[in-house]
Design a protein around this ligand. Structure first.
Ligand code: HEM
Length: 567
């Protein structure tokens, strides 16, 4: 078909013949023709590029090398966007758990042109994250926080580079020192403060459990809890901002939205403002520690103090002092701030779940009460040294983390080299997720997995039972904290805070369901009401927190004794 006849399809025929008969228009016609030719060539070119993109990127991109196959997975019905529909945006771990039951322990799901590999088996998780750690230990970018994976801004999100190595060494050093020194005696006084505040206002439990974790975190990081509420606020905004779920910015599900201006995509402003305020907070906290070291008023221990002392010592290095951590003060603000942030909501979630299960399961509350009363008595609260004698308390805590995992889909890993695993091709650039919800609900290890049953950690007939009970059950080694190079560095701190806080709660309070004044029926909280954050927990629920007989006076006296040390 000639160009003229193509033109004729789009114009009135008589008008065209009239135009053709006019000699003065011949030049115009030929220049129009060449413009149209160019346009069509451009269109063909774009079509070619588009076609190639579709064929190569969407179809061939996922094609495995000869002899290997792709990990199986649900069919994508929306080109490029992939299989987003049908995923429960409030509780995506439920969908992934269901898919993982259909596919044999490992499946693939492409979303927005990105291959995601989902694993529901602890052996495969270990094979990939531990045995092949060199390929599976980086982190993917987060659309809503561009660049978060670079420059040592957020240890937990950083790719596997030197910033990560230096900060990971720092985290190991400060957490080991804190653990060896019983967290510098911070946890118990803070637990007494929490008990006192709950006595004053028993309906304020959500805020008080949150402040308990935020204050300990701030004191460990900076030796001072005066900004604990700001740290907590930042943590509670940070976590949805990194979540690819209903609670976070839509950009984390549809990354192209990042290109829209702030006035259209208002969550960009939310992220920017939080990051600016976070940087201000982290820098000013660090500067305060620096000033207090100079004027001799610094707390005897803080992670920030350790940073500055090492820096100072390495400047005057005589050969027998350890080297500094290698990163500048501007990065230290982030290294310390991130550790502080992570220790708020991670522990707060299970602590809140504990109140929930004690309310739902009075039989277990009675068993913990009996154990704590017998071991600890009535004149003091639980101490870390009581741990070997409190297996029932430890079992009830660990069962909270198994029953409602705080990180139900793990923290994603980026694959940095092509891999072939058991005949499956796992391409570089894929994102691997370990479905903790499925691991901790594997019926072969945890019979009747949806049932809250701490006995599975205490009685030999259960597959998860381990001896001796003076040590087990414990959180160290539990799948919920990940594995390999990026395993959670906060496990011991979690264990310590939960032991003291949960034990003290049961020692001093009864946790009961509310009663509807009209019907006289118990109002039982619904354990399915959880937020959808990547690291989550129960949403606010109501229950009746009643001080135990004879405990009110004890709580007041204990608080008076420590009030001045709280800072
Ligand atoms: C119940 C409590 C907690 C749970 C369930 C938990 C779970 C996790 C998980 C699943 C990961 C990813 C591990 C992986 O990629 O294999 C992680 C990483 C991390 N956690 Fe925790 N965590 C908890 C408490 C804490 C606490 C108290 C801190 C204190 C600072 C903390 C700091 C971190 C950091 C910094 C990372 C990143 C490590 C890295 O990427 O190298 N976590 N945590």
């Amino acid at each position: 078909m000639s160009l003229y006849s193509q033109m004729g399809q789009h114009s009135n025929a008589s008008t065209v013949s009239q135009e053709l008969n006019r000699p003065s228009n011949i030049a115009t016609i030929s220049s129009n023709a060449s413009a149209i030719t160019t346009s069509i060539l451009v269109l063909i070119l774009l079509y070619q590029i588009g076609f190639r993109f579709v064929v190569r990127y969407l179809l061939l991109h996922d094609r495995p090398p000869k002899g290997l196959k792709l990990v199986p997975g649900p069919v994508s019905t929306i080109p490029f966007l992939g299989r987003l529909h049908g995923v429960n945006a409030i509780a995506p771990w439920k969908t992934m758990h269901e898919f993982s039951n259909q596919y044999n322990k490992i499946f693939r799901l492409t979303a927005y042109g990105q291959m995601h590999i989902w694993v529901r088996d602890s052996k495969i998780a270990k094979d990939l994250l531990v045995k092949r750690a060199a390929k599976y230990s980086s982190r993917p970018a987060i659309a809503a926080i561009p660049g978060a994976e670079k420059g040592g801004q957020y240890l937990a999100l950083n790719e596997l580079d030197d910033h990560w190595r230096m900060q990971r060494r720092f985290a190991h050093t400060v957490f080991t020192a804190s653990h060896r020194n019983n967290y510098h005696g911070i946890i118990q006084p803070e637990a007494k403060r929490m008990l006192y505040n709950l006595l004053e206002d028993p309906t304020d439990h959500f805020k008080q459990t949150d402040l308990f974790t935020a204050r300990i975190s701030a004191r460990l990081c900076y030796g001072n809890a005066s900004e604990a509420s700001r740290h907590s606020r930042n943590a509670h905004e940070f976590i949805p901002q990194i979540s690819p779920t209903a609670s976070g910015p839509l950009m984390n599900i549809f990354p192209f939205l990042i290109h829209l201006p702030e006035w259209i995509n208002t969550s960009k402003r939310w992220v920017r403002e939080r990051r600016e305020s976070e940087r201000g907070l982290w820098v000013s906290e660090l500067e305060r520690v620096k000033r207090s070291l100079a004027d001799g008023t610094a707390a005897p221990y803080s992670h920030a103090r350790t940073y500055f002392e090492r820096l100072e010592a390495s400047k005057n290095n005589t050969g027998d002092t350890p080297a500094d951590f290698g990163f500048p003060e501007s990065e230290a603000a982030h290294a310390i701030g991130m550790l502080g942030t992570m220790a708020v909501f991670t522990i707060g979630g299970p602590l809140y779940t504990f109140s929930l299960v004690m309310t739902l399961h009075p039989e277990w509350q009675d068993r913990v009460k009996e154990e704590v009363d017998r071991v600890v008595g009535s004149d003091r609260i639980v101490d870390l040294s009581d741990s070997p004698d409190l297996p029932v308390l430890r079992a009830c805590i660990k069962e909270c983390l198994r029953w409602k995992p705080p990180v139900p889909l793990g923290v994603p890993r980026l694959v940095t080299e092509d891999d072939d695993y058991e005949g499956y091709h796992i391409p570089k650039g894929s994102v691997v997720h370990i479905i903790e919800q499925a691991l901790s609900h594997d019926p072969e290890i945890y019979p009747e997995p949806t049932k809250y049953n701490p006995a599975r950690w205490l009685e030999p007939e259960y597959p998860s039972y381990q001896e001796p009970l003076t040590v087990h059950p414990r959180l160290m080694g539990f799948s919920g904290f990940g594995s390999g190079r990026r395993v959670c560095p906060g496990i011991e701190l979690t264990e310590a805070e939960l032991l003291v806080a949960c034990g003290s709660l049961v020692q001093n309070f009864e946790m009961l369901p509310n009663v509807d004044p009209k019907t006289g029926e118990k109002v039982v909280p619904d354990p399915e009401n959880r937020n959808s954050n990547v690291i989550g927990g129960p949403t606010h629920f109501d229950f009746n927190l009643q001080v135990r007989e004879g405990r009110a006076e004890k709580i007041r006296t204990m608080y008076e004794e420590v009030k001045d040390q709280l800072g």
